[in-house]
Design a protein around this ligand. Sequence first.
Ligand code: ASP
Length: 300
Amino acid sequence: MKPRLIVHGGAWDIPDQHVEAHINGVRAAVETVHPLLEQGMSALEAVERAVNILEEDPTFDAGRGAFINARGDIELDAMIMDGRTLDFGCVAALRNLLNPVSVARRIMDARDFRMLVGPGAQEFARAQGFDEVPIEELLTERELKLYEKIKNDESFKPISAFSGQAPSDTVGAVALDRDGNLACATSTGGTPRKHPGRVGDSPIVGSGGYADNESGAASATGYGETIMRVVLCKTACDRIEGQGAMRAAASAIETLETRGKGYGGIILIDPRGGYGFAHNTPRMAFAYADGREVVARIET
Ligand code: ASP
């Protein structure tokens, strides 16, 4: 099986001056991780590694660069799923951590649970030896400015982030390894000025990500409250058989728009290695490996 890797760095009206940083960010993740997949790295390992790179890049709303919530804090959500076993790990409202997807990965390996939130997730991460970082490590000038601008603006609605007026840079990765196993991972700071404790689609199995060797694997970005309405990633994976990854992605996004009344984007890989991607936002940043070549795009 030829290994495959596709990553995204959010779907919104990415301004021209931020296009280069987005393209460079998603390209770097694929350029670093795809060769490792070719050397035999598992899909699960690959999606974690790719998302770690995107979490550490301040361009994106995940790890460093995440949005600030209504209390002036940063709460992070992430998930990872193994298409071989259907096993998964999810974490939500995690604070002071640079790589929440790696905490999700450890949760996946835990004995008695698969999803942890808030203080319990924090305690778990600490016990697993994750280093907590001061909030300043995650905060960027860009997000502070946005927070100052919208914190008292009653007219600001999170859905406007996806239709074009504000940023949304959740990250995700989907991989197929040499053994034919699929995996996905998604990581986010959520939506700008979100309510403390608000959890969107990103750490929810089936909504922000889904992976099943028998149907396909996907990662989503967009307005979580609407993505969850249509369980976007599971919906897309279920439509792969018969129509292929590209059309399944397009039809799932159509359902997000017509039934979910929402905005977003999705990346997909089918069990034979076909890529799919679609969005109904003005732009979406993504990159994938095509043989030895890395294609990095902002699609409009
Ligand atoms: N889906 C994320 C959320 O609603 C945000 C995003 O994709 O940018 O939390």
